[in-house]
Ligand binder design. Structure first.
Ligand SMILES: *Cc1c(COP(=O)(O)O)cnc(C)c1O
Length: 415
């Protein structure tokens, strides 16, 4: 069920009119649905109900405090990749005891902050990181719980920029080095081994690579167990894809029933780090048509949102559906390139879409809840968009639109 539907010819988020939201908060504007976020979280969590598990929402997919707070209220844990994301989780009321810390480049300062907060586990990605963490924990007089992120060398069959579990990728500890590194970790002071994990990529539309990766990781877990290194959890990472266009990703139920039974009788808690699948369909980007422009080969709709607001089309050639907010009196249409005002030919939101467009009308870029606002920038000195959360018929501004004055305030000229 979609939480963004037409009512009387006008696109709504739950019971709130997107036209009214645009009039009140301006464009470009991200709009999220509380009901959609809640339903996605509950469906995912319920799919794993038969197995001891913890959902750790991947904060980088959408890190707005209101989104994090909603997931925290639903009982979610969090997967963070920076000290900044840790502060967001704490600021949103998240439980630090349900936080895992991923990433290849954790600084000593970030390690100290995470230790002080009392996170569940560090997902360690190299021998050098393990050594640094041991030193930081010793100096702080604490113990760091550790899970190695192992690179299972499994092809996720996704866009190369979001494939992370292949041998040539920068992520994780090489599979063949993992056992040795666990043996070394066991000898390190202030390190407590707690788990093993992987994260093989994003926007996967098939369960096969997940199953292959989990089996590889469980094989290692069994060898560690035989070595007397007991683990408390196995972390399969995130990466479950969503339908943007014509993809057919597995349903969460099928994903869960392909994975959970493979743990068998092992006393391992299953950790999951879903990002996109929890937030992708829960948000749209509202934008207004500035100009319609006829070129010698193509028609352009220049809109007020750009690649700085939604980077996925420019970065991954990603496809997002684009819908008119008002569909009254539409018939036919012409193919349009939906482009932004940024000075780059890569600045497009959608290409070759058949639409009947008018100047000044509103468009909704669909399924923009994941890796939209969180990847936005100020390129071309464009203040970042406002973010609004709908709850039934109520609308809440959950991030103010930036102002140019705020952008300039951090800069100074020479005396
Ligand atoms: C990005 C990321 C995720 C979430 O990926 P999705 O494709 O959004 O589910 C999970 N774990 C790690 C380590 C990540 O880097």
């Amino acid at each position: 069920m979609s939480h963004f539907e037409y009512k009387n010819g006008e696109l709504h988020a739950e019971s709130a009119s997107l036209r009214q939201i645009a009039e009140r908060f301006g464009t470009p504007c991200y709009v999220y649905s509380r009901a959609a976020l809640t339903a996605a979280y509950r469906a995912f969590d319920a799919a794993f109900a038969g197995h001891d598990h913890l959902v750790c929402y991947a904060v980088k997919a959408n890190s707005n405090l209101a989104v994090l707070n909603l997931f925290a209220r639903l009982g979610s844990g969090f997967d963070i990749v920076s000290g900044g994301e840790l502060q967001r989780v704490l600021g949103a009321g998240g439980d630090p005891a349900k936080v895992v810390f991923s990433g290849v480049g954790k600084s000593a300062e970030e390690m100290r902050e995470a230790l002080a907060a009392g996170i569940l586990c560090f997902n360690v990605e190299s021998e050098a990181e393990l050594a640094r963490l041991s030193r930081v924990a010793a100096r702080a007089g604490g113990t760091a719980a550790v899970s190695l992120r192992v690179n299972p060398d499994v092809d996720p069959r996704t866009h190369p920029y979001i494939a992370t579990g292949l041998r040539q990728n920068k992520f994780g500890v090489p599979y063949r080095d993992a056992l040795d590194l666990y043996r070394r970790a066991r000898e390190l002071p202030n390190i407590a081994i707690s788990g093993i994990g992987c994260h093989i990529g994003s926007q996967l539309t098939d369960v096969t690579p997940f199953v292959a990766a989990l089996d590889r990781i469980l094989e290692l877990a069994d060898r560690l167990q035989a070595d007397g290194i007991a683990l408390a959890h196995v972390d399969i990472g995130g990466g479950l894809g969503i339908r943007y266009h014509d993809e057919s990703p597995p349903r969460v139920e099928d994903y869960a029933s392909a994975l959970a039974p493979r743990l068998g009788r092992r006393a391992l808690k299953l950790l999951l780090e879903p990002g996109r699948v929890l937030v992708g369909h829960a948000g749209v980007l509202l934008t207004r048509v500035e100009y319609l422009k006829r070129g010698p080969e193509k028609n352009f709709a220049v809109v007020d949102a750009a690649m700085n607001d939604l980077m996925r089309p420019a970065l991954y050639d990603a496809w997002h559906d684009v819908l008119p907010v008002s569909r009254a009196g539409r018939s036919g249409g012409a193919p349009y390139e939906i482009v932004g005002p940024v000075c780059e030919s890569g600045d497009f939101l959608a290409r070759g879409r058949t639409l009947e467009l008018r100047e000044a009308e509103l468009l909704a870029v669909m399924a923009a809840g994941a890796y939209g606002m969180s990847m936005s920038s100020n390129y071309n000195t464009r203040p970042r968009a406002a973010e609004v959360m709908v709850d039934g018929g109520d609308t809440y501004l959950v991030r103010e639109r930036e102002t140019v004055a705020q952008l300039l305030a951090r800069e100074t000229i020479l005396p």
